[in-house]
Write a protein that binds this ligand. Structure first.
Ligand code: NAD
Length: 504
């Protein structure tokens, strides 16, 4: 008998996992519960359109229980009062559990939101575990300050956890985005209520189980799956939530500020959308590498990345040649079975997202852009959600495909004359997440990097990424920063303590 292929092995594992039943109940105070009103929603896999789990549909009553549990845990100090070194031990064990559960977590992530299993295994699970471990290792090395005030008093400046953190995250990197909140929030001593996206709730629930197994006390990390306008709204409006750490669309990020102003003025940290500009100047000599990166960074995760370089700005003198090189990359990203380890571009998260992306492709054509690669939905016979990697040339920065975040594998090429023209186009966007400049001219690299309105600027690359480096945007891409030691600032309050020193 022939050995099963790697793809067949993953399909067999998926069938077994689904047949064994995926627990979609809420996790509150260390236990799994049905929603108070007993309601559930179907978790549909974008691989084939089949229901893989029934998930509790959290409502205000469930959020109430979760916040009450998180508050009790915070107030009695079972986690918040532990020394940073003691918290570190538990979080290190949590990261180890995640690594040990790599295959299971990767499978759930891929089944739930469609990304290739190779990415889930090599990037999402290890990246999430590294994030938890990094904050665990960091938190007992962060010192307070003594202010230089003079002799008759002592002013101590310390950091305290904010209390109960509501984390609301999207579906494009469910485990990673959750970990970017959980790592610093838990390390700093907070309690967390996590509301995963209704499109990808499975790994969040499993993470909370692993955290409990690792020794995180009950009530410190609760998960309430559900819809945005139900569980999400209830969490963000809750009077006993001290901070909301939100990652998602700019549209919903706006609402977070509104919820805060209508409730208790909780801190709101928004990590929002992007329409990042990737500027390629004619003097850059390795156009093949620039083209491979322009396509690879755009089509990674099916284009469902907030920082995808979705506006490719190319200097006119090399534009024909460069667009050809980029379009030539597209077949290498032909959509395929996400459970096949050779697949580079998987399924879009759901049918609605496919409709959205196809709507943008139609609008690009209607507004006069030229489609030079892709442009169609494919593999429909699978029942899954697949769109071919698409490249539009001749895009004008006023077109919808240049202004709005598509969140699919659609690249818009815009031509520019010179540096000033390139910068004017790049900065003419309501977003400011990432940007890149490709040039061998050092002065230009520095000038353009300084002038680009973005939280991160890449020079002659786009794929560098590390937990040590802050991630976040300016303008309508948000205000917070995930990752790096700076993220700890979101999850702690500065406390000043004045101590009078009497003369003897
Ligand atoms: P979304 O804004 O629709 O949803 C994000 C989360 O908010 C989900 O959990 C959702 O249920 C919840 N939500 C929706 N409506 C709500 C409401 N009325 N009240 C409270 N909660 C609500 O975003 P999405 O489609 O899940 O994710 C894609 C977006 O996330 C893109 O815009 C992408 O750029 C952005 N994103 C940003 C970053 C970053 O770091 N800047 C990272 C990843 C994704």
């Amino acid at each position: 008998m022939n050995q099963p292929t790697a793809r067949e092995v993953w399909h067999a594992r998926a069938a077994d996992r689904i047949a064994a039943g995926i627990d979609g109940r809420l996790l509150i105070d260390g236990r799994r519960y049905h929603a108070v009103d007993g309601r559930c929603f179907d978790c549909i896999s974008p691989l084939d359109g089949k229901v893989i789990a029934r998930v509790a549909r959290g409502q205000a009553a469930d959020v109430e229980l979760a916040v009450t549990s998180a508050r009790a845990a915070f107030s009695d100090g079972r986690w918040s009062a532990r020394s940073p070194g003691a918290r570190k031990k538990v979080l290190m064990a949590f990261a180890e559990r995640m690594r040990a559960a790599r295959d299971e977590l990767a499978l759930l992530e891929t089944l739930d939101m469609g990304k290739p299993i190779a990415a889930s295994l090599s990037a999402d699970v290890p990246g999430a575990a590294r994030c938890i471990q990094w904050y665990a290792e960091a938190v007992d090395k962060v010192y307070g300050e003594i202010a230089p005030t003079g002799g008759d008093a002592l002013a101590l400046i310390s950091r305290e956890p904010v209390g109960v953190v509501g984390a609301i995250v999207p579906w494009n990197y469910p485990m990673l985005m959750a970990s970017w909140k959980l790592g610093p929030a838990l390390a700093a001593g907070n309690s967390v209520v996590l509301k995963p996206s209704e499109k990808s709730p499975l790994t969040a629930l499993r993470l909370a189980e692993l955290a409990l197994e690792a020794g995180l006390p009950e009530g410190v990390f609760n998960v309430v799956p559900g819809f945005g306008d139900e569980a999400g709204e209830a969490l963000a409006l809750h009077m006993d939530v001290d901070a909301i750490a939100f990652t998602g669309s700019t549209r919903v990020g706006r609402r977070m500020l509104d919820y805060s102003s209508r409730s208790n003025l909780k801190r709101v940290y928004n990590e929002l959308g992007g329409k990042s500009a990737n500027l390629v100047f004619a003097d850059f000599d390795d156009l093949d590498r620039a083209a491979a990166t322009a396509a690879g960074s755009m089509f990674y995760n099916q284009g469902e990345s907030c920082n995808a370089p979705s506006r490719l700005l190319v200097q006119e003198s090399i534009a024909d040649d460069f667009v050809e090189r980029v379009a030539a990359q597209a077949p290498g990203y032909a959509p395929g079975d996400p459970l096949d380890p050779t697949t580079r571009l998987g399924a879009l998260v759901d049918a609605r997202q496919t409709e959205t992306v196809m709507g943008y492709i139609r609008s690009g054509l209607e507004q006069g852009a030229r489609c030079v690669a892709g442009g169609e939905q494919v593999l429909q016979h699978t029942g899954g959600q697949f769109v071919a990697p698409t490249v539009f040339d001749g895009v004008d920065n006023t077109m919808r495909i240049a202004r709005e975040e598509i969140f699919g594998p659609v690249l818009s090429v815009i031509r520019f004359r010179d540096e000033a023209h390139a910068l004017a186009i790049a900065n003419d966007s309501s977003f400011g997440l990432h940007a890149a400049v490709w040039t061998r001219n050092l002065d230009r690299a520095v000038r353009v990097s300084r002038a680009l309105h973005a939280g991160t600027v890449h020079v002659n690359q786009y794929d560098e990424d590390d937990i040590t480096v802050p991630f976040g945007g300016v303008k309508q891409s948000g205000n917070g920063r995930d990752k790096s030691l700076h993220a700890l600032e979101k999850y702690s309050e500065l406390k000043t303590t004045w101590i009078r020193i009497d003369a003897r």
